[in-house]
Design a protein around this ligand. Sequence first.
Ligand SMILES: Nc1nc2c(c(=O)[nH]1)N[C@@H](CN(C=O)c1ccc(C(=O)N[C@@H](CCC(=O)O)C(=O)O)cc1)CN2
Ligand SMILES: NCC(=O)N[C@@H]1O[C@H](COP(=O)([O-])[O-])[C@@H](O)[C@H]1O
Length: 231
Amino acid sequence: MSKFQILILISGSGSNLQALIDSVAGKRSPQISAEICTVISSSPTAYGLTRAKTANIPTQVHDLQEYYNGIPKEDKDLRKQARKKFNVDLGKIVLEIKPDLIVCAGWMLILSPSFLNPVSEAGIPIINLHPALPGQFDGIRAIERAWEAGQRGEITKGGLMIHRVIKEVDRGKPLVVKELELTKEETLEDYEKRVHENEHIAIIEGTILALEELEEKKVELPEIESLKLSE
Ligand SMILES: Nc1nc2c(c(=O)[nH]1)N[C@@H](CN(C=O)c1ccc(C(=O)N[C@@H](CCC(=O)O)C(=O)O)cc1)CN2
Ligand SMILES: NCC(=O)N[C@@H]1O[C@H](COP(=O)([O-])[O-])[C@@H](O)[C@H]1O
């Protein structure tokens, strides 16, 4: 029986991609029973591309800056059109590959409805790793912002989550949530290290949960089809 195919979106170092690569290869538990069909990076210099190539995983670069080339920063409308085409084209690339699941593992660009809608219509779920608790620090620099809030005594808990990707950034349904105590004595570097260690576990757990949901849907479908035929 063919294995589920996972497409992974990255933008940087790819340490979470590496955790998924190692899990799929059986080098890290729990093991993901699926294949990584493609890694797409938003940056041509992302070290994650090297990690993927080392693991013989096909890679592509989908660089927003290439879409912005020649457009002055001040030309907001033209840049908006270019960004929309970036999303439309990314959707076409993904639908051509037809993965079963998309994992955002450090993908640092907001995905617009021009991408999300066709992918959703194709029935391809997307999950994302975010280094903050649900509703805590949406967007970028979440680790730093959580640590700073801890330093100000505003919060005592930070953490990270794996969540469904919807239009509203970092507001999709959480699949995995890991809370981390924040103390004023801990340096940002040490907190960041703890976050990353837990991310590498959470991204495997979240991917397995998403695949299990796909499996359940696959099992349900024939039953529904057979019920329809018997009517
Ligand atoms: N529609 C969605 N897109 C994305 C989601 C999501 O939940 N819904 N998750 C993000 C990942 N992410 C946080 O986990 C995130 C990444 C980047 C940004 C962001 O503001 N990016 C800016 C550029 C930032 C910069 O480089 O200065 C942008 O896209 O213009 C927010 C959240 C993946 N996408
Ligand atoms: N908002 C998204 C976001 O901040 N994602 C963060 O990018 C890093 C990717 O690291 P990696 O490239 O080593 O996997 C991770 O820390 C992840 O939480």
